[in-house]
Design a protein around this ligand. Structure first.
Ligand SMILES: *Cc1c(COP(=O)(O)O)cnc(C)c1O
Length: 389
Protein backbone atom coordinates (compact mmCIF):
# COMPACT_ATOMS: atom_id res chain seq x y z
CA UNK A 1 0.00 0.00 0.00
CA UNK A 2 2.82 2.42 0.81
CA UNK A 3 4.98 3.76 -1.91
CA UNK A 4 7.69 6.37 -2.12
CA UNK A 5 5.29 8.62 -3.99
CA UNK A 6 2.70 8.86 -1.19
CA UNK A 7 2.74 12.03 0.87
CA UNK A 8 2.97 11.90 4.66
CA UNK A 9 -0.76 12.76 4.90
CA UNK A 10 -1.61 9.58 2.98
CA UNK A 11 0.98 7.46 4.80
CA UNK A 12 -0.41 8.65 8.16
CA UNK A 13 -3.81 7.20 7.31
CA UNK A 14 -2.61 3.88 5.89
CA UNK A 15 0.79 2.95 7.33
CA UNK A 16 0.91 -0.10 9.59
CA UNK A 17 -2.58 -1.19 8.50
CA UNK A 18 -1.48 -3.26 5.49
CA UNK A 19 -2.74 -6.67 6.65
CA UNK A 20 -6.12 -5.58 8.01
CA UNK A 21 -8.12 -6.14 4.83
CA UNK A 22 -6.73 -9.70 4.54
CA UNK A 23 -8.24 -10.44 7.96
CA UNK A 24 -11.54 -8.87 6.97
CA UNK A 25 -11.32 -6.01 9.45
CA UNK A 26 -11.15 -2.26 8.88
CA UNK A 27 -10.29 -0.71 12.27
CA UNK A 28 -7.09 -1.54 14.21
CA UNK A 29 -7.47 -4.67 16.36
CA UNK A 30 -6.31 -4.62 19.99
CA UNK A 31 -4.59 -7.80 21.16
CA UNK A 32 -4.50 -7.99 24.96
CA UNK A 33 -3.06 -11.50 25.41
CA UNK A 34 -0.27 -11.56 27.97
CA UNK A 35 0.77 -15.05 26.93
CA UNK A 36 0.54 -16.98 23.67
CA UNK A 37 0.01 -20.70 23.03
CA UNK A 38 3.23 -22.49 22.04
CA UNK A 39 3.25 -24.98 19.13
CA UNK A 40 5.86 -27.13 20.92
CA UNK A 41 8.74 -26.75 23.37
CA UNK A 42 11.45 -26.36 20.74
CA UNK A 43 9.63 -23.72 18.68
CA UNK A 44 8.60 -21.83 21.81
CA UNK A 45 12.15 -21.74 23.12
CA UNK A 46 13.49 -20.59 19.77
CA UNK A 47 10.91 -17.80 19.54
CA UNK A 48 11.66 -16.72 23.11
CA UNK A 49 15.35 -16.45 22.33
CA UNK A 50 14.68 -14.49 19.14
CA UNK A 51 12.54 -11.91 20.94
CA UNK A 52 14.70 -11.61 24.06
CA UNK A 53 17.70 -10.75 21.86
CA UNK A 54 15.83 -8.03 19.99
CA UNK A 55 14.42 -9.86 16.96
CA UNK A 56 11.82 -8.01 14.94
CA UNK A 57 9.05 -10.61 15.21
CA UNK A 58 8.49 -14.02 16.76
CA UNK A 59 10.19 -16.87 14.93
CA UNK A 60 7.75 -19.78 14.79
CA UNK A 61 4.17 -18.76 15.13
CA UNK A 62 4.13 -17.82 18.81
CA UNK A 63 4.87 -14.44 20.34
CA UNK A 64 5.43 -16.33 23.65
CA UNK A 65 4.87 -13.50 26.12
CA UNK A 66 3.63 -9.91 25.84
CA UNK A 67 6.74 -8.28 27.37
CA UNK A 68 8.61 -9.59 24.32
CA UNK A 69 6.26 -8.76 21.46
CA UNK A 70 2.70 -7.66 20.79
CA UNK A 71 1.05 -7.32 17.37
CA UNK A 72 -0.89 -4.13 18.21
CA UNK A 73 2.35 -2.46 19.33
CA UNK A 74 4.23 -3.80 16.28
CA UNK A 75 1.63 -2.29 13.93
CA UNK A 76 1.98 1.13 15.57
CA UNK A 77 5.76 0.84 15.28
CA UNK A 78 5.51 0.01 11.61
CA UNK A 79 3.24 3.03 11.00
CA UNK A 80 5.50 5.42 12.87
CA UNK A 81 8.62 4.08 11.12
CA UNK A 82 7.01 4.84 7.75
CA UNK A 83 6.32 8.45 8.76
CA UNK A 84 9.92 8.88 9.98
CA UNK A 85 11.44 7.35 6.80
CA UNK A 86 12.99 4.77 9.10
CA UNK A 87 13.54 1.01 8.74
CA UNK A 88 12.09 0.38 12.18
CA UNK A 89 10.61 1.90 15.32
CA UNK A 90 10.54 0.63 18.90
CA UNK A 91 7.76 1.75 21.26
CA UNK A 92 8.04 2.22 25.02
CA UNK A 93 5.89 2.93 28.06
CA UNK A 94 6.72 6.66 28.00
CA UNK A 95 9.04 9.21 26.46
CA UNK A 96 11.38 8.84 29.43
CA UNK A 97 11.38 5.03 29.09
CA UNK A 98 12.56 5.64 25.51
CA UNK A 99 15.35 7.97 26.64
CA UNK A 100 16.37 5.43 29.28
CA UNK A 101 16.43 2.58 26.75
CA UNK A 102 18.59 4.63 24.37
CA UNK A 103 21.07 5.37 27.19
CA UNK A 104 21.16 1.74 28.30
CA UNK A 105 21.61 0.47 24.74
CA UNK A 106 24.20 2.98 23.52
CA UNK A 107 26.06 3.86 26.73
CA UNK A 108 25.72 1.64 29.79
CA UNK A 109 25.43 -1.59 27.80
CA UNK A 110 28.41 -0.77 25.54
CA UNK A 111 30.69 0.42 28.31
CA UNK A 112 30.63 3.88 26.73
CA UNK A 113 29.08 5.79 29.62
CA UNK A 114 29.81 9.31 28.35
CA UNK A 115 26.95 11.36 26.85
CA UNK A 116 27.32 14.68 25.05
CA UNK A 117 24.13 16.62 25.67
CA UNK A 118 23.30 19.74 23.68
CA UNK A 119 21.36 22.09 25.95
CA UNK A 120 18.56 23.11 26.24
CA UNK A 121 16.82 19.75 26.70
CA UNK A 122 13.49 18.61 28.11
CA UNK A 123 13.68 18.98 31.92
CA UNK A 124 13.22 15.25 32.55
CA UNK A 125 16.02 14.29 30.13
CA UNK A 126 18.35 16.90 31.58
CA UNK A 127 17.55 15.62 35.07
CA UNK A 128 18.09 11.95 34.16
CA UNK A 129 21.49 12.77 32.69
CA UNK A 130 22.44 15.02 35.56
CA UNK A 131 21.73 12.38 38.20
CA UNK A 132 23.82 9.78 36.34
CA UNK A 133 21.26 7.29 37.61
CA UNK A 134 21.79 4.92 34.66
CA UNK A 135 25.56 4.93 34.99
CA UNK A 136 26.08 7.65 32.40
CA UNK A 137 28.22 10.76 32.71
CA UNK A 138 27.07 13.86 30.81
CA UNK A 139 28.94 16.77 29.30
CA UNK A 140 26.55 19.59 28.51
CA UNK A 141 27.51 21.82 25.62
CA UNK A 142 26.40 24.13 22.84
CA UNK A 143 26.19 23.03 19.20
CA UNK A 144 29.64 24.30 18.22
CA UNK A 145 31.27 22.51 21.19
CA UNK A 146 30.09 18.99 20.32
CA UNK A 147 33.25 17.80 18.54
CA UNK A 148 35.53 18.96 21.36
CA UNK A 149 33.27 17.31 23.95
CA UNK A 150 33.46 13.86 22.27
CA UNK A 151 35.69 11.32 24.08
CA UNK A 152 36.83 7.73 23.50
CA UNK A 153 34.04 6.53 25.75
CA UNK A 154 31.24 8.70 24.32
CA UNK A 155 28.31 6.45 23.51
CA UNK A 156 25.70 9.02 22.54
CA UNK A 157 25.11 12.61 21.50
CA UNK A 158 21.66 13.87 22.42
CA UNK A 159 19.86 16.97 21.21
CA UNK A 160 16.39 18.43 20.95
CA UNK A 161 15.09 20.64 18.17
CA UNK A 162 12.95 22.71 18.43
CA UNK A 163 14.24 22.83 22.00
CA UNK A 164 12.19 22.98 25.17
CA UNK A 165 10.99 25.55 26.17
CA UNK A 166 12.51 28.41 24.17
CA UNK A 167 12.13 26.83 20.71
CA UNK A 168 15.74 27.25 19.66
CA UNK A 169 16.55 25.29 16.53
CA UNK A 170 19.64 23.10 16.28
CA UNK A 171 21.08 21.99 12.94
CA UNK A 172 20.91 18.19 13.07
CA UNK A 173 23.37 17.81 10.17
CA UNK A 174 25.90 20.04 11.94
CA UNK A 175 25.73 18.02 15.16
CA UNK A 176 25.96 14.74 13.20
CA UNK A 177 29.09 16.01 11.46
CA UNK A 178 30.68 17.07 14.75
CA UNK A 179 29.72 13.76 16.38
CA UNK A 180 32.08 12.01 13.93
CA UNK A 181 30.37 8.62 13.95
CA UNK A 182 29.08 8.61 17.54
CA UNK A 183 25.33 7.82 17.46
CA UNK A 184 23.13 10.95 17.55
CA UNK A 185 19.68 10.93 19.16
CA UNK A 186 17.25 13.72 18.24
CA UNK A 187 14.25 14.35 20.46
CA UNK A 188 11.67 15.05 17.72
CA UNK A 189 8.68 15.48 20.07
CA UNK A 190 8.01 19.15 19.21
CA UNK A 191 8.37 18.84 15.43
CA UNK A 192 6.81 15.41 14.80
CA UNK A 193 7.71 13.57 11.57
CA UNK A 194 5.22 15.85 9.81
CA UNK A 195 7.65 18.76 10.09
CA UNK A 196 11.04 17.05 10.54
CA UNK A 197 12.56 13.64 9.80
CA UNK A 198 15.90 13.58 11.66
CA UNK A 199 17.17 10.34 10.08
CA UNK A 200 17.19 12.09 6.70
CA UNK A 201 19.77 14.50 8.18
CA UNK A 202 22.02 11.74 9.51
CA UNK A 203 20.62 11.19 13.01
CA UNK A 204 20.78 7.63 14.37
CA UNK A 205 17.54 7.84 16.36
CA UNK A 206 14.45 10.05 16.28
CA UNK A 207 12.70 9.94 19.66
CA UNK A 208 9.19 10.99 20.64
CA UNK A 209 7.29 11.46 23.77
CA UNK A 210 4.25 10.02 21.99
CA UNK A 211 2.25 11.37 24.93
CA UNK A 212 2.30 14.70 23.09
CA UNK A 213 1.46 15.22 19.40
CA UNK A 214 1.37 11.58 18.32
CA UNK A 215 -1.39 10.66 20.76
CA UNK A 216 -2.71 14.18 20.40
CA UNK A 217 -5.70 13.89 22.74
CA UNK A 218 -4.09 13.98 26.19
CA UNK A 219 -5.19 10.46 27.09
CA UNK A 220 -2.19 8.18 26.55
CA UNK A 221 1.41 8.07 27.82
CA UNK A 222 3.94 6.50 25.47
CA UNK A 223 7.28 6.85 23.76
CA UNK A 224 8.86 5.66 20.52
CA UNK A 225 12.22 5.69 18.78
CA UNK A 226 12.56 5.48 14.98
CA UNK A 227 15.90 4.11 13.76
CA UNK A 228 17.67 1.53 11.58
CA UNK A 229 16.83 -2.16 12.05
CA UNK A 230 20.32 -2.64 13.49
CA UNK A 231 19.71 -0.07 16.25
CA UNK A 232 16.17 -1.38 16.77
CA UNK A 233 17.58 -4.81 17.68
CA UNK A 234 19.58 -3.20 20.52
CA UNK A 235 16.59 -1.17 21.74
CA UNK A 236 14.21 -4.13 21.62
CA UNK A 237 16.65 -6.20 23.62
CA UNK A 238 16.79 -3.51 26.31
CA UNK A 239 13.01 -3.28 26.27
CA UNK A 240 12.53 -7.04 26.59
CA UNK A 241 15.02 -7.26 29.43
CA UNK A 242 14.07 -4.14 31.41
CA UNK A 243 10.34 -4.21 30.68
CA UNK A 244 9.54 -0.62 29.63
CA UNK A 245 6.90 -1.83 27.17
CA UNK A 246 4.00 0.11 25.71
CA UNK A 247 0.59 -1.33 26.61
CA UNK A 248 -1.44 -2.50 23.55
CA UNK A 249 -4.26 -0.12 24.48
CA UNK A 250 -1.76 2.75 24.35
CA UNK A 251 -0.39 1.48 21.04
CA UNK A 252 -3.91 1.38 19.62
CA UNK A 253 -4.57 4.99 20.64
CA UNK A 254 -1.21 6.18 19.32
CA UNK A 255 -1.72 4.41 15.99
CA UNK A 256 -5.20 5.94 15.76
CA UNK A 257 -3.60 9.32 16.51
CA UNK A 258 -1.19 8.94 13.57
CA UNK A 259 -4.05 9.16 11.09
CA UNK A 260 -4.86 12.77 11.99
CA UNK A 261 -1.32 13.83 12.96
CA UNK A 262 -0.52 15.79 9.76
CA UNK A 263 -3.87 17.61 9.78
CA UNK A 264 -3.59 18.45 13.49
CA UNK A 265 0.00 19.68 13.21
CA UNK A 266 -0.68 21.82 10.14
CA UNK A 267 -3.78 23.44 11.57
CA UNK A 268 -2.25 24.10 15.02
CA UNK A 269 0.84 25.53 13.32
CA UNK A 270 -1.26 27.97 11.29
CA UNK A 271 -2.96 29.16 14.47
CA UNK A 272 0.36 29.34 16.35
CA UNK A 273 1.78 31.74 13.76
CA UNK A 274 -1.27 34.01 14.19
CA UNK A 275 -1.06 33.86 17.99
CA UNK A 276 2.71 34.51 17.90
CA UNK A 277 2.23 37.50 15.57
CA UNK A 278 -0.44 38.94 17.85
CA UNK A 279 1.63 38.38 21.01
CA UNK A 280 4.52 40.22 19.35
CA UNK A 281 2.42 43.39 19.19
CA UNK A 282 1.33 43.29 22.86
CA UNK A 283 2.93 45.60 25.46
CA UNK A 284 2.82 42.94 28.19
CA UNK A 285 5.10 40.72 26.07
CA UNK A 286 8.79 41.50 25.99
CA UNK A 287 9.82 38.74 23.58
CA UNK A 288 8.14 35.99 21.55
CA UNK A 289 10.00 32.70 21.02
CA UNK A 290 8.65 31.12 17.85
CA UNK A 291 10.81 29.74 15.04
CA UNK A 292 8.35 31.17 12.51
CA UNK A 293 8.92 34.71 13.81
CA UNK A 294 12.65 34.53 14.42
CA UNK A 295 15.02 35.55 11.62
CA UNK A 296 17.96 33.75 13.30
CA UNK A 297 16.08 30.44 12.97
CA UNK A 298 15.26 30.92 9.30
CA UNK A 299 18.30 29.07 7.92
CA UNK A 300 17.95 25.93 10.04
CA UNK A 301 14.17 26.03 9.65
CA UNK A 302 14.43 26.02 5.86
CA UNK A 303 17.17 23.38 5.89
CA UNK A 304 15.50 20.72 8.00
CA UNK A 305 11.87 21.57 8.80
CA UNK A 306 8.67 21.93 6.81
CA UNK A 307 7.27 24.50 9.24
CA UNK A 308 7.86 26.12 12.64
CA UNK A 309 5.35 24.01 14.60
CA UNK A 310 2.73 24.95 17.15
CA UNK A 311 4.73 25.64 20.32
CA UNK A 312 5.21 29.28 21.32
CA UNK A 313 6.96 30.80 24.33
CA UNK A 314 6.92 34.38 25.59
CA UNK A 315 8.97 36.51 27.95
CA UNK A 316 6.69 38.70 30.06
CA UNK A 317 7.58 42.40 30.39
CA UNK A 318 6.27 42.25 33.97
CA UNK A 319 8.42 39.26 35.04
CA UNK A 320 7.30 36.38 37.24
CA UNK A 321 4.23 38.11 38.65
CA UNK A 322 2.96 38.83 35.13
CA UNK A 323 3.59 35.17 34.22
CA UNK A 324 1.61 34.13 37.28
CA UNK A 325 -1.25 36.45 36.32
CA UNK A 326 -1.34 35.18 32.73
CA UNK A 327 -1.31 31.47 33.61
CA UNK A 328 -4.07 31.90 36.18
CA UNK A 329 -6.06 34.44 34.14
CA UNK A 330 -6.73 32.33 31.03
CA UNK A 331 -10.02 30.47 30.68
CA UNK A 332 -9.86 28.70 27.31
CA UNK A 333 -6.20 27.68 27.67
CA UNK A 334 -5.71 25.11 30.42
CA UNK A 335 -2.90 25.82 32.87
CA UNK A 336 -1.19 22.43 32.75
CA UNK A 337 2.06 20.74 31.76
CA UNK A 338 2.33 18.61 28.59
CA UNK A 339 1.68 19.73 25.03
CA UNK A 340 0.65 18.68 21.56
CA UNK A 341 -3.02 17.94 22.22
CA UNK A 342 -6.17 19.13 20.48
CA UNK A 343 -6.72 21.72 23.22
CA UNK A 344 -4.38 24.60 24.08
CA UNK A 345 -2.25 24.49 27.22
CA UNK A 346 -0.16 27.10 29.03
CA UNK A 347 2.56 26.49 31.60
CA UNK A 348 5.49 28.04 33.44
CA UNK A 349 8.67 26.03 32.61
CA UNK A 350 10.90 27.34 35.41
CA UNK A 351 8.40 26.35 38.10
CA UNK A 352 7.20 23.10 36.49
CA UNK A 353 8.79 21.09 33.65
CA UNK A 354 12.26 22.54 34.16
CA UNK A 355 12.21 22.61 37.94
CA UNK A 356 14.73 19.71 38.28
CA UNK A 357 17.20 21.40 35.89
CA UNK A 358 20.25 23.04 37.48
CA UNK A 359 19.74 26.81 37.96
CA UNK A 360 22.25 27.91 35.29
CA UNK A 361 20.37 25.94 32.61
CA UNK A 362 16.86 26.63 33.88
CA UNK A 363 14.65 28.95 31.80
CA UNK A 364 14.13 32.34 33.44
CA UNK A 365 11.10 32.97 35.64
CA UNK A 366 9.51 35.43 33.20
CA UNK A 367 9.05 32.78 30.46
CA UNK A 368 5.68 31.16 29.77
CA UNK A 369 5.13 28.34 27.26
CA UNK A 370 2.02 27.84 25.13
CA UNK A 371 0.97 24.70 23.29
CA UNK A 372 -1.45 25.78 20.60
CA UNK A 373 -4.32 23.40 19.88
CA UNK A 374 -7.17 23.26 17.41
CA UNK A 375 -9.41 26.04 18.76
CA UNK A 376 -10.11 28.99 16.47
CA UNK A 377 -7.26 31.54 16.55
CA UNK A 378 -9.60 34.45 17.34
CA UNK A 379 -10.91 32.65 20.45
CA UNK A 380 -7.38 31.90 21.71
CA UNK A 381 -6.28 35.48 21.09
CA UNK A 382 -9.36 36.84 22.88
CA UNK A 383 -8.58 34.59 25.88
CA UNK A 384 -4.97 35.81 26.03
CA UNK A 385 -6.07 39.41 25.55
CA UNK A 386 -8.45 39.19 28.50
CA UNK A 387 -5.84 37.50 30.72
CA UNK A 388 -3.16 40.07 29.82
CA UNK A 389 -5.29 43.13 30.55
C1 LIG B 1 7.24 15.12 27.58
C2 LIG B 1 8.56 15.06 26.93
C3 LIG B 1 9.46 14.00 27.18
C4 LIG B 1 9.14 12.89 28.18
O1 LIG B 1 8.08 12.12 27.74
P1 LIG B 1 7.07 11.34 28.74
O2 LIG B 1 6.11 10.70 27.79
O3 LIG B 1 6.45 12.37 29.63
O4 LIG B 1 7.88 10.37 29.50
C5 LIG B 1 10.66 13.99 26.50
N1 LIG B 1 10.98 14.97 25.62
C6 LIG B 1 10.16 15.99 25.36
C7 LIG B 1 10.57 17.04 24.39
C8 LIG B 1 8.92 16.09 26.01
O5 LIG B 1 8.11 17.13 25.76
Amino acid sequence: MQSESHTIETQAVHAGREELADWGVHALPIDLSTTNPLPDIEAGGHSYETMATGGRQPAEGSAVYARLWNPTVARFESGLATLENAEAAVAFASGMASVSAALLAMCTGQNKPHVVAVRPLYGGTDHLLNTGMLGTEATYCAVDEVSSAIREDTGLVILETPANPTLELVSIAEVVEQAGGVPVLVDNTFATPVLQQPLDHGATMSLHSATKYIGGHGDVVGGVIACSEETAVQLRQVRAVTGGILHPMGAYLLHRGLATLPMRVHRAQQTAQQVADWLGTHDAIDQVFYPGSDSESAGVLAGQMRGPGAMVAVRMSGGYSAAEKLTSGVRLFTHAVSLGGVDSLIQHPAALTHRPVTPEARPSADVVRLSIGLEAPEDLIADLDRALS
